[in-house]
Design a protein around this ligand. Structure first.
Ligand code: HEC
Length: 117
């Protein structure tokens, strides 16, 4: 079955692309008023280029809340999903108040965040 890997790739791609695409649309609507992703520049919020795997609260020159200054570790998909579900619960005292209530939406937004390199 020479073509099996290609067939599997074709089957797998659209689902992922669709999630990240939906996530991109959501991001544009809900997050982009505060977060830049096209250039490493911070508005009222830190830019999110390379956010997956990035050290928490590490954008140079951005004045993070004390919660972020005290935080340890790097963002991964799980911590990002938890943070956008309820920022104030995960990071007590964070300046970000926007929540993404739907689990599907959170998964899609994070699928999009993964693409920000
Ligand atoms: C009204 C402005 C605003 C909106 C809208 C907003 N955020 Fe934020 N976000 C912030 C601020 C301000 C911070 C910095 C938090 C702090 O210092 O406590 C932040 C921090 C973050 C961080 C951590 C960044 C880092 O450098 O560690 C992530 C990830 C994030 N936001 C994702 C999102 C996503 C995804 C959305 C859309 C669902 C979103 N934000 C919507 C203002 C916003």
């Amino acid at each position: 079955m020479r073509f099996l890997p290609i067939l599997l790739a074709l089957l797998a791609t659209p689902a992922f692309a669709q999630d990240a695409e939906h996530g991109a649309a959501l991001f544009k609507r809900v997050c982009s008023q505060c977060h830049q992703v096209a250039q490493p520049r911070s508005l009222q919020a830190p830019h999110l280029i390379g956010i997956v795997g990035r050290k928490i609260g590490s954008v140079e020159g951005f004045n993070y809340s004390q919660a972020f200054k005290d935080a340890q570790g790097n963002w991964d998909e799980a911590t990002l999903k938890a943070y956008i579900a309820n920022p104030g619960e995960v990071m007590k005292g964070t300046k970000m108040i926007n929540k993404v209530p739907s689990e599907t939406d959170r998964t899609d937004v994070v699928a999009y965040l993964v693409t920000l390199k």
